[in-house]
Design a protein around this ligand. Structure first.
Ligand code: PEP
Ligand code: MG
Length: 572
C-alpha cells in the first residue's frame, strides 16, 4: 500500500477504482498531403465524423433517462457534426488545398466558432464553445485517441487528473464520481469550489498523481486527512468502510442542523450566508440568510469569449432568481493570480499573486470593468443585491472602485435604464494594508467581507497554491485571529456590516473564535452550513469571547487547533 498526500478541500471518504483522466489537447500544425491522396484523406474525415456521431449517440442514450438537460448538450453536438456548410468547407480544403484532414477540421471549425462568437445574440455566441468541443472530438478520433469524458461513466470511480477545467466539471457525472484527486489546485481553486458544492470528496495538490495511480487501481480517498491510499490491504479497506459509515452518520447528525435558526447556546443569533460560483441552483439557498459571495469570475471562465453586458445581466438575474429574495453579494471580477481567462492574454508576471489581479486589473481595463458594473447594476433592479470589490489594498482603491460605479450609474440614468439607486457598495478585506486601516475603510464603504483565503496568504507571505507550503499556510494562527479581531471591532464600531466569506467562516473550529471576536455574519459553501450551526450551538457568547481571548495568546496554530478541538470535545 502506498500513501500520497495532498490538500483535503472537500471533506469526505471514498473507496473506488481510480480513473485517470487526461483532457485531450489538440496539437494541430499546418500540413498538406501529396496530390492523388484526396479520396483517402476525405474518407479519413468522413470516418471520423461517423465515429464521432456514434460516440455522441451513445452518450445521449445513456444520459436521456437521468439527465435530459445534459443529453441536450450532446444532441446539439450531433447537429453541429451534421452541419452541411461546415462539412462542405472541410471537403473543399481537402480537395482544393490538399490540407491534411486534421488541419482542415481545425481551420474550418475554428473559423465558424469565431464567427459565432461575434454574434449579438448571446445564445448563438454561446454555441461557439460547442463547436470547439465537437472540433476536439473529431480531432481526437483522427489522432486515434480513445474517448475520455467525465459526463457519462460506467462505474463508480475516483477521478485522478492533472487539473479539471470548468468544462469538465460542468457536465460531471455526479452519480459515478465518488472522489477527485488532482495534481494542482488549492482549497480555493475552481475544482475545490465545485467539489464542495457537489459534495464530492476531493484531495488536490497531489504531485504526480496521474503517473503514480494506474487506471483501475483500488483507491481510498481520505479527504479528511488529505491522503490517497493506493492498493490498500483488506484490513485497511475494512477500517475505512467503518470510517465511511461513521463519517456519513456524523454528516447526518449535522444535517439536522441545516434547517435550524443559527443560535449560540446563550441564544444570540448569527447569520449564515452562502458562497456560490455558478449560476446554477444550489440547495444551500434554502438554508441561508444571504449570499455572502458570488464569485462572478466563473461566469467569465465558463465562457469562450468575454461575456457581453447582456450575457452578464442574464447570468446575474438568474442568480437573483435562484436566491428568491435573499440579498446577493456580487463580487466583481477576480482574475489574475491562479485564475485566467482563455480569451484574455495577460502578460506573464514574476509574482502573479502580488500582481495585476482582481480590482487592479479591472481598474486597468476600464471598459471591461464598466461592462460588468452596468450588467450588475441593471440586475439590481430585479432583486436585492450589493456589489463588492476584491483585492482592495488602499483608500485609493476604494475611491477608484466607487468612482467606476458612479460612472456606470450615471450612464444608466442618462439612458433611462432602471437600477437600485441605493445599492450598497463594499469591499473584501484580504490584504493586510487595508485591514490595518479598517476604521478609515469603514467610513467610505457600505460593508466589508473578509477574504481569509487571501488574507492568510498575504499575512503569512505564503503562496496559497503551493502544495509544498501547506504547513506555512496557517488560517487559524494567533496572528490571523488578532488581525481579524481588529477588523471586526472597527466595522462593528462604525455600525457597518462585516462578514467573513473566506474558508475560515465555514470551519467550525475557527467559527467559535470568529463569533467570540464579534463576527455575526458567516458566509460559506453549502457543505459547511450544518457543521458550523451545530458547533456554534454548543457554546455561549461568554465562552466564545473567553476562547477568542485565549487563542490570540497561544503561540502556534497547532496549539490553537488542539485547544479548540478539546473545547468542542468537552461539549459533544
Ligand atoms: C478569499 O480570498 O478569502 C476569498 C473569499 O476570495 P477567493 O478565494 O476567491 O480569492
Ligand atoms: Mg480572495
Amino acid at each position: 500500500m502506498r500513501i500520497l498526500k495532498g490538500n483535503p478541500v472537500s471533506r469526505g471518504i471514498a473507496l473506488a477504482k481510480g480513473y485517470i483522466y487526461r483532457a485531450f489537447k489538440a496539437d494541430v500544425h499546418e500540413s498538406y498531403f501529396e496530390s492523388g491522396q484526396e479520396a483517402v484523406m476525405y474518407k479519413q474525415f468522413t470516418d471520423a465524423v461517423a465515429a464521432a456521431e456514434a460516440e455522441l449517440n451513445a452518450i445521449v442514450a445513456s444520459l436521456s433517462a437521468e439527465s435530459p438537460e445534459k443529453a441536450k448538450i450532446f444532441t446539439a453536438h450531433i447537429e453541429i457534426l451534421k452541419d452541411e456548410e461546415v462539412a462542405e468547407e472541410v471537403k473543399d480544403m481537402i480537395f482544393s488545398s490538399r490540407a491534411m484532414p486534421d488541419y482542415a477540421v481545425d481551420m474550418v471549425f475554428t473559423e465558424f466558432a469565431l464567427l459565432l462568437e461575434k454574434a449579438k445574440d448571446p445564445l448563438i455566441a454561446a454555441r461557439s464553445a460547442d463547436l470547439r468541443d465537437v472540433r476536439n472530438r473529431v480531432l481526437r478520433i483522427l489522432k486515434g485517441e480513445k474517448e475520455q469524458n467525465l459526463a457519462n461513466l460506467r462505474e463508480k470511480v475516483v477521478v485522478v487528473a492533472h487539473d479539471l477545467l470548468p468544462s469538465d466539471t460542468a457536465t460531471l457525472d455526479r452519480a459515478h464520481v465518488m472522489g477527485i484527486i488532482t495534481e494542482v489546485g488549492g482549497a480555493t481553486s475552481h475544482t475545490a469550489i465545485l467539489a464542495q458544492s457537489y459534495k464530492i470528496p476531493a484531495v488536490l495538490g497531489v504531485p504526480e498523481a496521474t503517473e503514480i495511480v494506474k487506471n483501475g487501481d483500488m483507491v481510498i480517498l481520505d479527504a479528511i486527512k488529505g491522503e490517497v491510499l493506493l492498493e490498500p490491504d483488506r484490513t485497511t479497506i475494512a477500517e475505512y468502510e467503518i470510517k465511511l459509515e461513521e463519517f456519513l452518520k456524523s454528516e447526518k447528525q449535522s444535517a439536522e442542523f441545516l434547517n435550524r435558526i443559527p443560535l449560540v447556546a446563550s441564544g444570540e443569533r448569527f447569520s449564515v450566508g452562502l458562497n456560490i460560483g455558478t449560476t446554477e441552483p444550489d440547495e444551500g439557498f434554502k438554508y441561508v440568510d444571504f449570499v455572502g459571495l458570488f464569485r462572478t469570475e466563473f461566469v467569465y471562465m465558463e465562457s469562450e469569449h468575454m461575456p457581453t453586458e447582456d450575457e452578464q445581466f442574464a447570468a446575474y438575474r438568474k442568480v437573483l432568481a435562484n436566491a428568491k429574495g435573499i440579498p446577493v453579494t456580487l463580487r466583481t471580477l477576480d482574475i489574475g493570480g491562479d485564475k485566467s481567462l482563455r480569451y484574455l492574454a495577460l502578460p506573464k508576471e514574476d509574482n502573479p499573486f502580488l500582481g495585476n489581479r482582481a480590482l487592479r486589473l479591472c481598474l486597468d481595463m476600464p471598459e471591461m470593468f464598466k461592462t460588468q458594473l452596468r450588467a450588475a447594476l441593471r440586475a439590481s433592479a430585479f432583486g436585492p443585491m450589493q456589489i463588492m470589490f476584491p483585492m482592495v489594498g488602499t483608500m485609493d482603491d476604494i475611491r477608484a472602485g466607487n468612482a467606476a460605479v458612479e460612472e456606470a450609474k450615471a450612464e444608466l440614468r442618462a439612458e433611462g435604464i432602471p437600477f437600485d439607486e441605493k445599492i450598497n457598495i463594499g469591499i473584501m478585506i484580504e490584504i493586510p494594508s487595508i485591514a490595518m486601516i479598517a476604521d478609515m475603510a469603514a467610513k467610505e464603504t457600505d460593508f466589508a467581507s473578509v477574504g481569509t483565503n487571501d488574507l492568510t496568504q498575504y499575512l503569512h507571505a505564503v503562496d496559497r497554491m503551493n502544495p509544498k507550503l501547506t504547513n506555512y499556510y496557517q488560517s487559524s494562527s494567533p496572528a490571523m485571529f488578532r488581525i481579524l479581531g481588529r477588523i471586526f471591532k472597527e466595522y462593528n464600531e462604525a455600525g457597518k456590516p462585516i462578514s467573513v466569506c473566506g474558508e475560515l467562516a465555514g470551519d467550525p473550529l475557527a467559527a467559535i473564535v470568529l463569533f467570540g471576536l464579534g463576527l455575526r455574519k458567516f458566509s460559506m459553501n453549502a457543505s459547511n452550513i450544518a457543521h458550523v450551526k451545530r458547533t456554534l450551538s454548543l457554546f455561549t457568547l461568554a465562552e466564545t469571547e473567553q476562547i477568542a481571548k485565549k487563542v490570540q495568546n497561544l503561540s502556534t496554530e497547532a496549539e490553537v487547533i488542539t485547544y479548540l478541538k478539546a473545547e468542542v470535545e468537552k461539549r459533544s
